[in-house]
Design a protein around this ligand. Structure first.
Ligand SMILES: CC(C)(COP(=O)(O)OP(=O)(O)OC[C@H]1O[C@@H](n2cnc3c(N)ncnc32)[C@H](O)[C@@H]1OP(=O)(O)O)[C@@H](O)C(=O)NCCC(=O)NCCS
Length: 152
């Protein structure tokens, strides 16, 4: 039996664990953000997370529509001690499938990858588009995309 599960967060304890993990992995090491921070568009995004048997967050991701055919994945994060065990791949596939189901007309998913994560996304079907921005004067990002196969 699997010792983790993937869900869309729906209750307060999920949401606090979700935002805390995002902060711990993607902001705190650079002295940025806070566990209480919310992006202005969180309500327009679809969110996913992986929980362990004790309801602790192991991974997060979200996807939001940016135009008629395109959506963007943001905030992919796996708890440090759980990286490299397949959770990132499972999280990515889950949030992609939520996007395909709930965003009508979706043809392309884009994301801004940190330099360290580019090979992970390439491994999962994303292509490098261009070098993009530097976050916190330190973390180089790369625009990546995946064109979805249209249903026949
Ligand atoms: C990047 C991240 C989401 C990847 O998740 P993960 O759980 O560590 O990766 P997985 O174990 O699911 O790896 C999935 C596949 O990608 C491959 N992969 C993962 N990282 C890789 C890397 N740096 N280079 C090459 N391949 C890599 C794995 O070998 C695995 O291949 P397989 O499917 O053939 O077994 C995770 O490491 C993380 O949260 N890192 C810190 C935060 C971060 O950088 N987030 C991304 C923000 S854009």
């Amino acid at each position: 039996m699997s010792d983790w599960k993937i869900i869309q967060p729906f209750e307060e304890s999920h949401w606090s664990a979700y935002y805390r993990l995002r902060y711990e992995i993607l902001r705190k090491p650079w002295g940025q953000g806070s566990p209480d921070h919310r992006e202005p568009d969180e309500k327009n995004a679809l969110h996913g997370m992986i929980l362990d048997n004790h309801e602790q967050a192991l991974a997060t991701a979200r996807i939001h529509q940016i135009d008629n055919t395109t959506a963007q994945i943001r905030f992919m994060a796996v708890r440090n001690d759980m990286q490299g065990k397949g959770l990132g791949k499972a999280m990515l596939h889950f949030i992609e499938s939520i996007g395909r189901k709930k965003i009508p007309g979706l043809q392309k998913i884009i994301l801004q990858s940190r330099e360290n994560a580019v090979p992970f996304y390439q491994h999962n079907g994303y292509q490098l588009v261009e070098k993009s921005f530097l976050l916190f004067d330190n973390i180089q990002h790369f625009l990546m995309e995946k064109k979805l196969i249209k249903p026949v």
